[in-house]
Design a protein around this ligand. Structure first.
Ligand code: AR6
Length: 169
């Protein structure tokens, strides 16, 4: 199966690329962003400095440095307000732009965290639906990307992502 939910720490995954739930500065932060920067080492921050930040929904690529993954795709998630301020479209853009970079780079395996569902406060059900639907649509007819992991760091995320994935195909 090309798409799977994986329970665990994204920084430990031996995939071509892991996606980071970054902020606009791209210079690190808390949550999965902090974990990725700690595991990748200080060279990641140096590489990120050269990127000059990114807009909400945008994604930019660096190497993985000390991570087992070759690359990190830094995607800027959307802070959730009330769902009526274009949140869904901007969260979708995170996934869309990350997949686009992966295709350009010839990446065959990629892992996503549940972008925006932590510090950024996006409701888990809605965010998971967007994640699974967007990535599935953009990879189902693609031959380069042959493994996609949706990474869950807790029970609830694992169960919601699994439920959404089961329903899509
Ligand atoms: N591996 C996989 N998933 C993780 C890990 C990990 N090591 N650590 C946390 N998660 P969050 P956001 C999960 O808050 O909501 C940062 O400060 C976490 O349980 O990391 O997009 C950035 O710099 C949750 O399910 O990201 C931004 O300022 C998911 O990752 C802001 O937080 C996302 O939670 C972005 O907030």
């Amino acid at each position: 199966m090309k798409w799977n939910v994986h329970r665990g720490d994204i920084t430990e995954l031996e995939v071509d690329a892991i996606v980071n739930a970054a902020n606009k500065s791209l210079l690190g932060g808390g949550g999965v962003d902090g974990a990725i920067h700690r595991a990748a080492g200080p060279e990641l921050k140096e590489a990120c400095r050269k990127l000059g930040g990114a807009e909400t929904g945008e994604a930019k690529l660096t190497e993985g440095f000390d991570l087992p993954a070759d690359y990190v795709i830094h995607a800027v998630g959307r802070v959730y307000r009330d769902g009526k301020h274009g949140e869904a479209e901007e969260l979708e853009n995170c996934y869309r732009n990350s997949i686009e970079i992966a295709k350009e780079k010839g990446i065959s395996s990629i892992a996503f965290p549940a972008i925006s569902t932590g510090i950024y406060g996006y409701p888990l059900e809605e965010a998971s639906e967007i994640a699974i639907r967007t990535v599935y649509e953009l990879t189902k007819d693609d031959d380069t990307i042959d493994k996609v992991l949706f990474v869950a760091f807790d029970d609830k995320t694992e169960s919601v992502l699994s439920d959404k994935l089961e329903k899509i195909h």
